[in-house]
Design a protein around this ligand. Sequence first.
Ligand SMILES: NC(=O)c1ccc[n+]([C@@H]2O[C@H](COP(=O)([O-])OP(=O)(O)OC[C@H]3O[C@@H](n4cnc5c(N)ncnc54)[C@H](O)[C@@H]3O)[C@@H](O)[C@H]2O)c1
Length: 405
Amino acid sequence: MNGLKMKNKICIIGLGYVGLPLATSLANNNHVVGVDISKKRIENLKKGYDQNQEISKKSILNKNLKFYENEDLKNNNFDIFIITVPTPVNKIKKPDLSALINACKFVSKFFKKKNLLIIESTVSPGTTENICKKIISNYSKIKNNDIQICFSPERINPGDKKNTLNKINKVISGNSKAAIKKAYTIYKKIVKKVFIADNIKSAEISKIFENAQRDVNISLMNELLKICELYNIDYNEVLRICSTKWNFSYFKPGLVGGHCVPVDPYYLLEDLKKKKFKSQIIKNSRDYNEKFVKFIAEKIIVLTKKIKNKKILFCGINFKNNVLDTRNSKYFDLYKILKMKNKITLYQKNITNLQNYNIYIFGSYNLKTNYLINKIRKGKNKKIVISLFNDLKLKNTNNLEYLRI
Ligand SMILES: NC(=O)c1ccc[n+]([C@@H]2O[C@H](COP(=O)([O-])OP(=O)(O)OC[C@H]3O[C@@H](n4cnc5c(N)ncnc54)[C@H](O)[C@@H]3O)[C@@H](O)[C@H]2O)c1
């Protein structure tokens, strides 16, 4: 497919973990305007600073990239709009589409015939055409059939330095050949390979299903952990043995947090309810993983029963290793559960006396973890160190008992 223009003018709405890497990457071949409702985020980006620590100053300060708060952009004539705003769930685990709806209303102010809107936020099947396209049509007064729209799921994995945006296969789906052609033109320059899906709904479900599959697999491993306890054996050893088989899928047990795996399945489950379909596998796995944190909390209580006058230091509450993101972190939930009945402190930079504790719990891992462990190890006080689902390996000493979950 040939490019329509050398340089498109692209507006990206929502500059978080997904939107910013996309904006900096597209700015190498296009004029890009990034918009966000967060004043602080825009102020930081104008100075070249990404508070998520994913993107370098040099990439942010690209001369083809401009940042705005949701202010009047009327003087800009855009070709393409890309929405990358959050699609979370509320307290009762129902999809919250408010950011997506607001972003579509915002786009409708500038959207013209022959423009293209791409949705990258994760959505339930049907949302791109039945909600996003309708909002654009209602507010911009452009006929529904004249709106070019695509859904292109995002697969970026923050904290992962190997599977970066330029190395992934990008799926695109659209409501017309023209829409797909435009999307293809911009993405093919920034990703490894573009895969064109037959229809939008399949692409929407595929995104949720990738994460539902992880959720289901992790729930199975969480059950393995419980089963191994019954036999008094280490689940790590069972997994090590299983992985010698060619078709064993390697997953580890864990506390499922973040804004994708423990969120996306609810988008599908909610839609399935409307179709009167009772999910058994996806629903039960989700519930199982949600409850797993209580099981781990109880396990920690049992493991530390012998310590009188417990003083616990909890290190690493980010939802996974090497990210700053704490959204839906189950390590944080674990900390809160333990706090109900224990004296527990959350590790922060200003804590200097690391020897004041007798139980240390390590959740997610980061660059600081080894430094902390070395300090703790040197202390003469008797202590238990518990590491949760990470690859820390410590030796027992006279003062230190190391336990791994
Ligand atoms: N983070 C990931 O690893 C990841 C991976 C794949 C897919 N996704 C999906 O991508 C979408 C974005 O996720 P994220 O992690 O980048 O979220 P994020 O919270 O990091 O960033 C979203 C940004 O959008 C801004 N925003 C909210 N409402 C807005 C509005 N109406 N107008 C303009 N800006 C607005 C916020 O201020 C924020 O800066 C979600 O649907 C998520 O499920 C995320």
